[in-house]
Ligand binder design. Structure first.
Ligand code: NAG
Ligand code: NAG
Ligand code: NAG
Ligand code: NAG
Ligand code: NAG
Ligand code: NAG
Ligand code: NAG
Ligand code: NAG
Length: 537
């Protein structure tokens, strides 16, 4: 009783304080990415009425996210990222459907009333803060949306032609063109806002200052950051006063790393490592572990701070992992990489439910047909989050300590980050008579626990841990028992032990089996990993 009362008091304190979270505070968070329209329905809505192929609204709102946060917090996440909140195009349906995704901006300064009211958005923000979680909002400043190359400017915030770059299609080999020309095509154009214009710069700055303050936003995800002049960002993010993570859709570290730092953004989404994870773990695939270890080495050399990058396996622009890779152990190993290596883990809603659509629009499935089930991937996510939250809060500097590769072979790799040693493999589910030997920093006979299986391992002579795969290619994460005291995992007590709230039950009749892992495993399709066009929605 007393405990609950104290919690109420601290919750009240949290609600009234402005969090304005910094990069350093975000480093220890983990983020659940939501397409607002697709996360949850209001009570009584038809649970079978949403087909991603239709590219139209399915009915999710800020309120339905707020009402279903237990599922996200139950998986241990400490932040959510939601779709852009700004007013979108409301004209006739286009050849690419409707603006259900929120990226087709009309006027950034107005809210998108499809997703709710100002009070609804504030209530979501308050509820997240009451739970000790952060709110990240997606923002689009590079462009607005239109249906011709000579749009009527009257629905936009900027209504003067001089506030836009003149239409030109992007020449991807020309850096100026990438910044000044228009994303989209001539059917759905994304008129490029002139972010070099001083009036535009100051209008955007005062808008973002107000938005962050009004809705108590803790961080921004910045759409198409690569398509805006770099010197725009420090001023814009300075006005926001919160952590900024940009979309820089580029897997070249030389290019991508320019977008992080005092003259750019706090962080970017980690497309270089995403591509490397596909190369290393996807089945079928190149199974190239060196592709990953090379990228790690380059990242540590070239990024200002690789421990702030946003690690992901899926998002609204790339195929679901299960569309690229049919073996669930490939998913689990790649997931563990994102939680135990350098960077902030981000999970795109539905990955934990084995969704397997490919590119836009098939990778924006509604979540509700899954029944928000307690799947193996959901449980793994919960375990990884709980363990990482302990490392962040219960040990010093874990998140900012850079990883170190300890070993690599054709079948996998071992690496260390602080006092945690992780061993990953790409052999997949069937047992295989191979081992990975890792020389840990620990003395012989040290008693350790592998925190995913909760099995005990004693460190061998010369500090070795031998990982065998007689039970298949599972991921493994080791920590000495002495340091696990108070972690709350694998039976170790913990003062901060997190009690999982019940999973929300909102099951669509008969739909859950469609999404089962069996279907994913069964569909052994040889998939070519194509080049995904950079689209603005
Ligand atoms: C690069 O693109 C810009 C903007 O469209 C254009 O003005 C310039 O001529 C292009 N440069 C080259 C070398 O094509
Ligand atoms: C694996 O990746 C490395 C590093 O990117 C590259 O040099 C090598 O050619 C790749 N090997 C194969 C077989 O693709
Ligand atoms: C990939 O996605 C496409 C479109 O959603 C689907 O037709 C195909 O079956 C998927 N492949 C796998 C392996 O799930
Ligand atoms: C760490 O502790 C702080 C203060 O108690 C809390 O606000 C935060 O949510 C915790 N972070 C994680 C990742 O658990
Ligand atoms: C596994 O491989 C080792 C070394 O290659 C070999 O000695 C052993 O007999 C193999 N075990 C099985 C069960 O195949
Ligand atoms: C002992 O460990 C080191 C790495 O820490 C390794 O280089 C060396 O080969 C190992 N020695 C033996 C005998 O295994
Ligand atoms: C774990 O921590 C508790 C409380 O600090 C202590 O009493 C106990 O001896 C510790 N156990 C181990 C195995 O270190
Ligand atoms: C999910 O299942 C696991 C394993 O049975 C269980 O420990 C956990 O409490 C369940 N979580 C929820 C939220 O039901």
């Amino acid at each position: 009783m007393m405990h609950a009362f104290r919690q109420l008091l601290s919750f009240a304190a949290l609600v009234t304080s402005v969090s304005a979270a910094t990069a350093d505070q975000w480093r220890g968070r983990s983020i659940y990415q939501i397409i607002t329209d697709r996360y949850a329905l209001p009570d009584g809505a038809d649970l079978n009425a949403c087909n991603p192929k239709d590219q139209t609204w399915c009915g999710g709102t800020w309120t339905t996210i707020r009402e279903n946060l237990d599922y996200i917090q139950g998986a241990g996440f400490t932040a959510i990222w939601i779709s852009p909140v700004s007013q979108n195009y409301e004209g006739p349906r286009t050849a690419y459907g409707d603006a259900y995704h929120g990226y087709w901006i009309a006027d950034v300064t107005k809210l998108n009333d499809r997703f709710g009211t100002a009070d609804d958005l504030k209530a979501l923000s308050d509820e997240l803060h009451r739970r000790g979680m952060y709110l990240m909002v997606d923002v689009v400043v590079n462009n607005v949306m239109a249906t011709s190359t000579t749009p009527d400017l009257s629905t936009f915030l900027f209504q003067d032609e001089s506030k836009f770059h003149p239409f030109c299609p992007i020449d991807w080999n020309n850096d100026t063109s990438v910044i000044d020309c228009w994303l989209g095509d001539t059917t759905v154009t994304l008129p490029d806002v002139n972010t070099q214009d001083p009036d535009v710069v100051s209008a955007y700055q005062s808008w973002i200052t107000d938005l962050v303050k009004e809705y108590n936003i803790d961080g921004l995800r910045i759409d198409a950051a690569k398509h805006v002049n770099l010197d725009f960002w420090p001023k814009f993010c300075g006005s926001a006063g919160v952590f900024c993570i940009g979309e820089v859709f580029d897997d070249d570290i030389g290019q991508a790393s320019q977008y992080q730092g005092p003259d750019a953004l706090d962080s970017i989404l980690n497309y270089p490592i995403y591509d490397a994870l596909v190369s290393a773990f996807a089945m079928p695939g190149t199974q190239n572990i060196s592709a990953l270890t090379d990228k790690v080495a380059q990242s540590q050399k070239m990024f200002k701070d690789p421990t702030l990058l946003g690690n992901f396996l899926e998002d609204q622009d790339v195929p679901r992992w299960a569309n690229l890779s049919v073996d669930p152990q490939s998913l689990y190993n790649a997931m563990v990489y994102n939680w135990m290596s350098d960077g902030i883990p981000i999970l795109y809603y539905g990955q934990e439910q084995g969704f397997h659509g490919n590119s836009d629009p098939y990778n924006r499935e509604p979540l509700w047909p899954s029944g928000y089930a307690n799947t193996t991937a959901y449980q793994l996510t919960s375990k990884l989050n709980r363990f990482r939250n302990f490392l962040v809060n219960g040990t010093s500097n874990w998140a900012s300590t850079q990883m170190e590769i300890l070993t690599q072979s054709d079948y996998g790799l071992g690496f260390r980050k602080g006092d945690v040693v992780t061993i990953l493999t790409n052999i997949g589910s069937p047992p295989k008579n191979v081992t990975i030997n890792v020389y840990t920093p620990w003395a012989a006979s040290t008693s350790t626990t592998e925190i995913i299986s909760c099995e005990k391992y004693a460190v061998g002579s010369n500090g070795t841990i031998f990982m065998d795969y007689n039970k298949g290619g599972r991921p493994a994460v080791f920590m000495p028992d002495l340091l696990l005291n108070s972690s709350g995992v694998c039976g170790f007590e913990g003062p901060n032990q997190y009690v999982e709230p019940p999973v929300v039950a909102q099951v669509a009749s008969g739909a859950a089996s469609v999404l089962g892992r069996g279907a994913v495993m069964g569909a052994l399709l040889g998939l070519a990993i194509g080049v995904w066009g950079v689209v603005g929605w």
